[in-house]
Design a protein around this ligand. Sequence first.
Ligand code: CMC
Length: 434
Amino acid sequence: MSKNKKTKYATLSLPDGKNYKLPILSGTIGPDVIEIKNLYNDTDKFTYDPGYTSTGSCKSKITYIDGEKGILLHRGYKIDELAENCDFLEVAYLLLNGELPNKKEKSQFDKKITTHTMVNEQLSLFFRGFRRDAHAMAVMCGVVGALSAFYHDSTDITDNKQRLIASRRLIAKMPTIAAMAYKFSIGQPFIYPKNKFSYSENFLNMMFSVPAEDYDVDPVLTKAMDKILILHADHEQNASTSTVRLAGSSGANPFACIAAGIASLWGPAHGGANEAVIHMLSDIKNINNVRKYIIKAKDTNDPFRLMGFGHRVYKNYDPRAKVMKKTADEVLRTLGKENEPMFKLARELEKIALEDDYFVEKKLYPNVDFYSGIILQAMGFPPNLFTVLFAVARTVGWVAQWNEMIEDPEQKIGRPRQLYDGAKERKFLPIDKR
Ligand code: CMC
């Protein structure tokens, strides 16, 4: 991606008659980008791009999305193949290291993660400070942020070894903390992690077992959990990942950066959409009301949007949603819930929306969140845990992207500029003269 004699340039002509040459860079795949990093220096002008719809903020080798064609690749591998054939830690290894592990590498990696699954016992006292009816994402923001107060030996980001340990700690401890948040909310004792289990089995066990009874983790549900985690593991420079990178660009410690990512993920336009889909389906209640809600979604004077529909990048069916829909079929069949009214309602809503001119013209398709809540609910997760699951999975992507940023020689503190549209300099008046 370096500039050489063959570099192409775009020309920017300004009203003062001056022309500026801007290098055009090519990645391995995807659209070319116009490099503007010297624009302000050269022209005394900034670019204006609210929501960064046309701005590339970094170079990355981790994830590629073609939104028009509905393609998602991690390190070059298609998401549906990864979801079908890998377990979550295999994909985590891929995202972090760039290659799929062989058997030996995989078992070593599994061991390195599982040795960090427990949390400092002192941390469990933290939970008592929260209200039991707190939203699980509120608890996650607090507890994950607090990890930097517990693991001082892995907060020096200039030390590769500390970065590695912090990365493993975050990936390993997220399911433990998520399950603790759930157990606290329902008044059950915390279940300690068991390292004989796979990542997904362990998570399900910590969520749903109780000390008083034996609990066998259903292999179909474990496989579904792996798929759900894989489908959420990374998605290039989305809002929460960009938040993690921006927080990390100042040199903040990894635990604080991931807590910032969790906060960003929580919003209903991002990771909170899976929970919002369930609330929306509950409001719609039955198939007869679907058209009424489609009309609401299209009404520009009504703030209502079809949750789980639309995406900033995908202008085609989200490839993750395809796998999710198939997984929903499998899980609901296994659990004998294939006639679940909410699933039928979701399918009907999808069908009607996909045939509607408004959604067709605006290229609004179901996204990853549309079916995930239905599967999670069928598996026994309460709605306020859905976004927490997203956070557990996305931690791998956040950590991979954070490490990539720190190792990038071009990395600088993130500092966007603005188009100032406020008052010009004016005379100060003391309070009694205003
Ligand atoms: N229902 C109805 N209209 C919609 C929807 C929707 N779900 N999504 C977009 N539109 C319309 C929007 O009103 C706008 O119309 P117009 O051009 O007439 O103003 C047009 O489509 C483009 O929308 P936008 O808001 O400018 O697009 P965006 O790229 O800024 O927003 C989005 C993307 C995901 C925030 C948005 O589609 C949305 O709010 N969807 C519902 C929430 C959701 O499902 N979020 C999960 C995203 S996937 C998981 C993740 O990555 O977090």
